[in-house]
Design a protein around this ligand. Structure first.
Ligand SMILES: Nc1ncnc2c1ncn2[C@@H]1O[C@H](COP(=O)(O)OP(=O)(O)OP(=O)(O)O)[C@@H](O)[C@H]1O
Ligand SMILES: [Mg+2]
Length: 276
């Protein structure tokens, strides 16, 4: 039997007797920023890891929370194989590249499929936000799973989030999902910092720009919905290789053209939230 998932609108409805959700901040950080997209495989985890590393490189204290319970990516992208320590009350984040990290993948075998049900996902998210000893952070970057499901609902209802960045690729089919994502965050009252156009183009050996997935759609969508367009990130095989090898491009080569894009963005985010 297929279980009915709670709908976004159920949670947001103003029916009498509606549950009022009290939002808790994640303790140990000044700001929490979600990296999201309604569509899968557009590069959220790649973006989240590299943005976290870029923020660190410009002097911020950063945590990385892998909220993808069904398909965690941070253990692989950061090359982490250890299990977090616990004092019986709280879990200790694992520090790698000077970033405090937490992922369900640290606790479960990476090969084990996560066939968790909604309530378990909700409780995992609560654990990661309330029972991890995040320490003295400026930012926690949250790598969201694709979609608008249980994780997004739990976060938006219960956790105080300071902003969201929506990542997309330029295909029309991805853009439809972007619009769903924009509407979700708007409805939930979470500030959208902007839209990022990932895998926008590829520069061939001949030096030409190939717009494999089309052009301009993410910028157009941003304009249409009055959101900021945060820029393009080209397709570059080194980005994938670096992620696969457990050392994202920004850490591996801070002078890479892609790393510079992330560093610019990090500076922008830092100046939005933190005063020097
Ligand atoms: N700019 C880029 N250039 C080349 N490869 C990229 C780029 N961005 C992401 N990738 C690759 O695309 C694949 C998907 O990226 P990633 O896992 O970050 O997507 P995701 O949106 O987090 O996926 P999911 O929805 O499954 O969580 C990865 O193999 C990654 O290395
Ligand atoms: Mg991911």
């Amino acid at each position: 039997m297929i279980e009915k998932k709670p709908e976004l609108n159920d949670a947001l409805s103003t029916k009498p007797g509606q549950k009022i959700f009290k939002k808790n901040p994640i303790l140990g950080t000044k700001f929490t920023i979600a990296i999201s997209s309604a569509k899968g495989g557009v590069g959220k985890s790649t973006f989240a890891t590299n943005l976290a590393l870029a923020l660190k490189q410009i002097g911020c204290k950063v945590g990385l929370l892998d909220a993808d319970i069904y398909g965690p990516s941070i253990p692989k992208m950061f090359g982490i194989n250890e299990k977090p320590k616990s004092d019986g009350q709280k879990l200790e984040p694992i520090k790698k590249y000077d970033i405090q990290c937490m992922s369900i993948g640290f606790l479960a075998d990476q090969q084990t499929p996560m066939i968790w049900r909604g309530p378990m996902v909700t409780s995992a998210i609560k654990t990661f936000t309330q029972k991890v000893s995040w320490k003295d952070l400026d930012f926690i970057i949250v790598d969201m799973p694709p979609g608008t499901g249980d994780t997004q609902l739990t976060f938006s209802q219960e956790i105080l989030m300071d902003g969201a960045i929506i990542v997309s690729t330029p295909q029309e089919v991805a853009l439809l999902d972007v619009i769903r994502g924009i509407k979700m965050f708007d409805k939930l009252g979470i500030k959208i910092l902007g839209l990022v156009d990932n895998m926008s183009y590829f520069i061939g050996d001949d030096g030409k720009k190939y717009k494999i997935f089309g052009e301009g759609g993410v910028r157009r969508t941003a304009e249409e919905f009055n959101k900021e367009f945060l820029g393009q990130i080209p397709i570059n095989p080194e980005v994938g290789t670096a992620g696969d090898n457990g050392k994202p491009i920004v850490e591996e080569n801070p002078n890479h053209e892609i790393s510079k894009i992330y560093l610019n963005l990090a500076n922008k985010i830092k100046s939005t939230y933190l005063q020097d």
